[in-house]
Design a protein around this ligand. Structure first.
Ligand code: UDP
Length: 728
């Protein structure tokens, strides 16, 4: 974990965090297409970071991703820090297992990333001015961090779970396996959360907004903006006439496959992903006699060593493609190089353009399609799927034709036509070169980006950032805090409670004590008095909606202000009371930031329906149900877990010095992450879900005995140690 201060204290420029969690992220020689998770997004994020850092307003863009130690991938992905260019840096955070994981497996570890980012921000001594999360995973992490720090958040989904799910079901995939394989429920929930938190959502195409974001509950048209990415024009340019006929080693590599390398090349390049639809392309080529006579096919499908050892999806696509090549006996007219570097990619486009060929993108769907811009910049006309990005690109550039990706006959015909008419080929090639310069440069992207950010943020209330927080008074004596739930964690066994009380009395004055409970402040104080435990230093009450300090019970106003964001209690109340089976209830336990209702399970809507209706009403809230009837609604920025992270940050106490104990499902949010979690033996079944997380200790014993066991487990009152981890 890098901990030197990276930023001079008196920096004036803006500091942006860009989060891109999955795949293999690095600044040079990006291994695009190496696997299903390392594609256009990596390039987008890096190119965007580079161009933003070139703007005079911006001082630093840090790209945060996961640190990976795995002999299957390059050692560069384990470097904690990579200086990419002036003002651009990649920071790799070591959360989760060390090995490379596919994106669907990252979910349990994302709360750890949140904590590590908070630690990073503390080390910097300065909060970022803006956080931009890319894809659902970074959307989740970025939204959490933005909430804790109170800084604006921008979200770019790149592709969205709901849409993918519908598409897979439409294709006849059985519903059962989908969840396990793709983790849709987590992904969609993360996307909803990110959309809800975002001050601005940046999409690449109009269709993305219309067909993808619009089907989300938190879709807010006024926060959406379409800013297409650019293409790096210093990398992609047409070959000068008579220039480099061989196109380097990669040119020879391609020619090696071909009986007549002089024919026009039909070039496709994409990750070996089912969505990219290589099969239909090979079929189109294989079944069109004219095309086979006149052209060669070039399939660039990432890099591979041994197909048999590749992940399932890539293995299927590559095997199927090779089988089809054999089925149509395309030997001598199709090239499928085994590997290439990023420096080879521009050569391939140039070679295809010089041959009078065409670029084809037959993907079933294409949210953007950077390859089309790269082809256009290289003077290579395109034949592309009639979907999102290609529609916008072809409309702007007029450099080719759209096709139905499911119709292999028509695909074959259109490819043949594209290479058959030299005049039209030439005008498509010229249009592409010109159109890209006019509409798709990163420079234009950066300009729009900053002006949209300014517009969006101009209207937001000034929120508190770390700068003002860190100047405040601290809880000076404490270097660790024990935070525990009350009901069924502390209570339930008087002997255990007695032992807990005396352990706490005996702990040093450096050990803070706090409670985190669903009870209101009054009811929590009542309970504590009854239990006879010492007055807490910190009280997190009413499900994370209130924070108070010490005996004078000082309210944390900055927490109040932070969670007050878009909280409209009266409107929420009205909207809930308008639902059949929902009644006001337990007014005493209601607080300014927690509404309570009683739900009739027979006649009322279920929780999912209630959440849906609230979202549709535009409310940014968390709704939880206890015992089937007790419905609580709190602001979206409040939860016990977020309150603890806020405290950790504010009082400069790393999560590894905060022990959190709880017993029930409501506590899950505060028990996961980098804090030291303790689950007491008498816990409710929902907590089983977090059993395998790191830093969550499941005690054998019940109630306060369990808390004591946890204290011992982490040696929390002495030299704290975290079993199975050597660092602290
Ligand atoms: N790419 C590559 N080698 C490959 C496949 C793709 O270098 O074998 C690059 C390609 O040049 C482009 C990016 O990866 O820059 C793919 O972006 P696109 O938007 O077309 O597709 P995505 O991977 O995002 O679905």
């Amino acid at each position: 974990m890098p901990n030197e201060p990276y930023l001079p204290g008196d920096v004036l420029g803006l500091y942006f965090l860009s989060l891109s969690v999955h795949g293999l992220v690095r600044g040079t020689d990006t291994e695009l297409g190496r696997d299903a998770d390392t594609g256009g997004q990596v390039l987008y994020v890096m190119d965007q970071a580079r161009i933003l850092a070139q703007q005079p307003e911006i001082q630093l863009v840090e790209v945060l991703t996961r640190q990976v130690w795995d002999k299957r991938v390059d050692v560069s992905y384990s470097e904690p820090r990579e200086e990419v260019a002036d003002g651009v840096r990649i920071v790799r955070l070591p959360f989760g297992p060390r090995r490379y994981l596919r994106k669907e497996s990252l979910w349990p570890y994302l709360p750890s990333m949140v904590d590590q980012i908070m630690r990073l921000v503390r080390a910097r001594g300065r909060a970022p001015d803006l956080i931009h999360g890319h894809y659902a995973d970074a959307g989740f992490v970025g939204a959490q961090v933005a909430k804790i720090l109170g800084v604006p958040f921008i979200f770019t989904g790149h592709s969205l779970g709901r849409v993918k799910k519908v598409r897979l079901l439409d294709q006849g995939q059985p519903a059962e396996g989908l969840e396990e394989r793709y983790r849709f429920s987590q992904r969609i929930e993360a996307e909803e959360g990110a959309l809800e938190t975002a001050a601005l959502v940046i999409a690449s195409t109009r269709q993305e907004v219309r067909e993808q974001y619009q089907i989300y509950d938190h879709y807010q048209p006024d926060r959406m903006v379409v800013i297409p990415p650019g293409v790096d024009l210093s990398r992609f340019s047409p070959a000068a006439p008579g220039d480099g006929q061989g196109y380097g080693a990669i040119g020879q590599e391609v020619d090696r496959f071909l009986a007549d390398p002089g024919k026009p090349l039909i070039m496709a390049m994409a990750r070996p992903d089912e969505r990219k639809n290589f099969g239909t392309l090979v079929k189109a080529f294989g079944e069109n006699r004219g095309l086979r006579e006149k052209a060669n096919l070039l399939l660039v499908m990432g890099n591979r060593e041994d197909i048999r050892e590749m992940p399932g999806g890539a293995k299927r696509v590559l095997t199927e493609t090779l089988v089809l090549i054999d089925r149509y006996d395309l030997y001598g007219s199709v090239a499928y190089p085994k590997g290439h570097g990023s420096e080879d990619v521009p050569e391939l486009y140039r070679k295809a353009a010089a041959s009078g060929g065409v670029f084809v993108n037959p993907a079933l769907t294409e949210p953007f399609g950077l390859t089309l811009l790269e082809a256009a910049a290289s003077g290579l006309p395109v034949v592309a799927t009639n979907d999102g990005g290609p529609q916008d690109i072809l409309e702007a550039c007029k450099n080719g034709v759209l096709v139905d990706p499911q119709d292999s006959d028509s695909l074959g015909r259109k490819l043949l036509e594209a290479i058959d008419y030299p005049d039209r080929w030439k005008s498509w090639s010229d249009n592409g070169k010109e159109g890209v310069h006019r509409h798709f440069t990163w420079k234009a992207h950066a300009k729009r980006y900053l002006s949209e950010v300014e517009k969006a943020l101009g209207g937001l209330p000034a929120e508190e950032g770390i700068r003002s927080l860190s100047r405040r008074r601290r809880l000076p004596r404490l270097d660790r805090i024990l935070l525990t739930d009350i009901d069924d964690t502390l209570t339930g066994n008087s002997e255990a409670l007695e032992a807990f009380r005396s352990a706490l009395e005996g702990a040093g004055s450096n050990v803070g004590f706090g409670i985190a409970t669903g009870r209101t402040l009054d009811r929590a104080l009542e309970a504590l008095e009854e239990l006879g435990v010492r007055a807490p230093d910190i009280l997190i009450t009413a499900t994370g909606t209130e924070i108070h300090y010490g005996e004078p019970l000082v309210v944390d106003r900055s927490w109040e202000r932070q969670i007050n964001y878009r909280w409209q209690p009266w409107q929420v109340r009205d909207s809930l009371l308008a639902m059949a089976g929902v009644e006001s209830w337990d007014e005493d336990a209601g607080t300014p930031f927690r509404l309570r209702f009683r739900l009739d399970p027979e006649t009322g809507p279920n929780l999912a329906e209630i959440r849906r209706r609230l979202r549709r009403g535009g409310f940014r809230v968390i709704a939880t149900l206890d015992h089937e009837t007790d419905l609580d609604v709190t602001p979206v920025r409040a939860s016990p877990g977020l309150a603890i992270r806020f405290l950790s940050h504010k009082w400069n106490l790393p999560p590894s010095r905060i022990l959190v104990a709880g017993d029930s499902g409501n506590d899950a949010d505060m028990l996961s992450g980098e804090t030291l979690g303790v689950v007491v033996g008498n816990h409710t079944p929902e907590l089983e879900e977090i059993r395998d997380l790191p830093r969550v200790f499941f005690a054998e014993r019940d109630h306060a005995w369990g808390v004591l066991e946890g204290i011992q487990h982490y040696q929390f009152f002495d030299d704290i140690r975290i079993p199975d981890e050597d660092n602290l």
